[in-house]
Write a protein that binds this ligand. Sequence first.
Ligand code: PLP
Length: 430
Amino acid sequence: MRLVSTRDAATTATFREAVLAGIAPGGGLWMPDPLPHFEDWPELLDLDWGRRCEVLLDRLLAGELGREPLARAVRDALDFPVPLVEIRPKIFVLELFHGPTLAFKDFGARFFAAVLDLVRDPGHPPRRITILTATSGDTGAAVAQAFWKRPGVRAVVLYPKGRVSALQERQFSTLGENVTALAVDGAFDDCQALVKAAFADAELSARHGLTSANSINVARLLPQTLYYAEAVAQLRRRGVSQPPVIAVPSGNFGNLCAGLLARSMGLPVKAFVAATNANDTVPEYLDTGAYRPRPSIATISNAMDVGAPNNWERIEHLFEGDLETLRRVLRWGWKTDEETASVIRDLHAAGYLADPHAAVAYGVLEERLAPGETGVFLGTAHPAKFLPVYEAMGIAVPIPEPLRVLLDRPLLAREIPNEIGAVVGVLEGG
Ligand SMILES: *Cc1c(COP(=O)(O)O)cnc(C)c1O
């Protein structure tokens, strides 16, 4: 697969190069180019989930990664169910939270971990890699668990002390072994700045094989195209052949970008709905044509608290900056916390417990769906990851087993001051 930088058509990379580099020189993001267009979707959609994932990724990556190793990586990484549940007539939720950390970040993080083994330089002796990542919650859990006990890799997760939910913290702070959790005395932005500072130190980067696992890595983007096909496949199995309108709860817009890529490869999707919380940089842009990135606002759908979405650049690239075409493929809207809570209550009364992010998507989908259309919204996390939201609403949430077992485990996080010297100290083994 050839990738091209969003900022310079002359800057290209192989998949291997793009995965290892993370970001393109000059700050651009890598995009597959040319994008294949598949003519055999009816047959592809007849395959089961696991087989279809293997076939699609084989077409994209086998030339570079080798057919058998790639197939094994896909099977290992994407080995959990993706159920489509009917909420009311012609409206479905695609539940993406049945992986080990109960959020859709598992698709990208697990595939990234699996392919990193295939693309890294084996060397003699093999060079050790350190995955350094800052998290506001879900990413740290997915990355830490994806790399846990993997030989030759260490994962270091920085998070803002006291500012992630108790269960989220336990998901990456109770693992130990090759996972180090660092509770930083600061905010999420400080954690991100520390990670950036570590990468900016070329000597430190080289010595520890620092590698980024953030959402701009193309190895996290590609596997996210696969579940859009699964939504369409499951609709067909239920006798719905009409292409659906799919609502995506969005923050950094990697998930929506993956959906648009799937559609560009020929997947029959009528339209996408870009749904955000009060961080409405993109809905405002689609309304007015003015793109105004800004600091984020805290909401109850906190994984979408992004005011400067870093994957939007990819979507602009895909549409060659043509706002009119984009407006034909996308519908959009945003929800306040009050509106989101009211959607959660309504869905709960109708027998479905939605997490706050899915609730935003449902709320906007309901407004944007035309009579007769089939709608799908993405359930991006399990509600139990956000217990305080439901406690405040008087809704009891059963805690699933993968989270319950964490409650008894000791927290192994180390507290560090908000200083790069402290991060360096941990990396150097101090
Ligand atoms: C990360 C996340 C999102 C936002 O996804 P993007 O790809 O950043 O737009 C939505 N919901 C949940 C639960 C998340 O963890």
